[in-house]
Design a protein around this ligand. Structure first.
Ligand SMILES: Cc1ncc(COP(=O)(O)O)c(C=O)c1O
Length: 393
């Protein structure tokens, strides 16, 4: 049987329309199929590979750590230096309120941990999220998801969850003394790159503080320089009580984390003891990879260049025939084609021609562009030339 047939028969599928390119190797903003075809990765594995595919420093860190040791013991029991060093490096770039890192394996798990932590710390049960939010696929994260369409088939989900409109001043009244936490993306990713108003974020922070509810920022998609600052919350300077990280956190390896103050985080360790546990969370190889990627990003100041690189894309692609608007935060772009049908046609045309992109989950009329932050100006120009010429055909 051919690899494609084996994939469809033996690997669990997520839809009837997988992209189906076969990957042999990847480098920078490109990946290659066994027949030598080159694909331009316009989405970096959905904002995971911010420091580029096959980053040599990340590869070296993985090999070095794998040779020393891999799994020794479940999370939280023994001292593994890649984990400690990465937590310290993250804390160095974060304020005091966000100096304790609890490592898990994925974004969904980071959200699960954050929700449990908020319930445990406040002693409250109500959780609030936003319409069109994506927070992951596990039961708790799914309960917080914005779209009813994705939730309804899996009920019963978490009770006591309320949804408010993203960036709505009016809906802040639903945050009350019953609320344990409000979970929100600093910039909505799957909603199609929605940037909230500064006043909206300040008012949200104020309301949470007044009501004693924790503000949880889901930074899974927009952290690590994607939006032009290291963390999404730096766009406005509003610091959350808990921050969820994943995707680019692992530099291409599976890693997630929820981050808070030492005081808040401490409540997970008693009443009951082992309030949150994970076997593989903070795996030493993943932490070594993540740390190498993080150090590479900081040293090369990739976060500081993301805004100019995103603006270059926007300038080059603005005015394309049929394009309604471009929404953008740094190097996270949504090209809005006005309808899901038109967007699907564009995505298919580009994909067939060797450019990988996709539409956003809650904005099917909008197409994702979020390449590695390592993309050079020359690469942006040549990608845009190719993009324009494919669509002109
Ligand atoms: C904002 C946000 N939160 C959470 C998740 C879930 O992360 P994971 O797929 O690693 O569970 C995602 C994944 O796309 C995301 O974009």
């Amino acid at each position: 049987m051919r690899m494609k047939d084996l994939f469809l028969t033996h690997v669990g599928q997520t839809s009837d329309m997988p992209l189906m390119m076969e990957v042999e190797r990847a480098e920078g903003i490109y990946f290659y199929s066994p027949d030598g075809k080159r694909y331009t990765d316009l989405i970096s594995g959905v904002t995971v590979c911010n420091t580029g595919h096959a980053n040599q420093e990340v590869i070296d860190a993985v090999c070095e750590q794998a040779r020393k040791y891999m799994h020794i013991m479940v999370y939280g029991e023994v001292i593994e230096s890649p984990q400690v060093q990465y937590a310290v490096a993250l804390a160095r770039e974060l304020p005091e309120q966000l100096s304790t890192v609890y490592f898990v394996n994925s974004g969904s798990e980071a959200v699960e941990g954050a929700l449990k932590l908020a319930k445990r710390w406040t002693g409250r049960s109500e959780l609030i999220s936003c319409q069109n939010a994506y927070h992951g696929s596990t039961h708790g994260a799914l309960s917080m998801m914005g779209g009813e369409h994705f939730r309804e088939a899996f009920r019963p989900l978490l009770p006591d969850v309320r949804r408010i409109r993203y960036n709505s001043m009016e809906d802040l009244k639903y945050i009350t003394s019953r609320t344990a936490a409000v979970l929100v993306e600093p910039i909505q990713g799957e909603g199609g790159v929605r940037v909230p108003s500064k006043e909206g974020i300040l008012a949200l922070r104020k309301r949470c503080t007044e009501q004693g509810a924790l503000l949880i920022y889901d930074e899974v998609q927009c952290a690590f320089g994607r939006t032009g600052t290291l963390w999404g919350w730096q766009q406005v300077g509003v610091v959350p009580d808990i921050m969820c990280l994943a995707k680019a956190l692992g530099g291409g390896m599976p890693l997630g984390a929820f981050v808070s103050s030492a005081e808040i985080m401490d409540c997970l360790k008693r009443n009951p003891v082992l309030g949150h546990i994970t076997t593989f969370g903070g795996h030493p190889v993943c932490c070594a990879a993540g740390l190498a990627s993080f150090e590479y990003l900081l040293r090369n100041k990739l976060h500081l260049a993301a805004e100019a690189k995103g603006a270059r894309f926007e300038e080059r692609l603005r005015g394309l025939e049929g394009l309604k608007e471009i929404r953008r935060a740094g190097l996270l772009l949504a090209l809005d084609w006005g309808s899901a049908e038109k967007c699907n046609q564009v995505v298919k045309k580009l994909t067939d021609a060797g450019m990988m992109t996709e539409s956003y989950l809650f904005a099917p009329e909008s197409m994702r562009i979020s390449p590695a932050l390592t993309i050079t100006e020359e690469e942006i120009d040549s990608v845009c030339d190719e993009f324009i010429s494919i669509l002109a055909q």
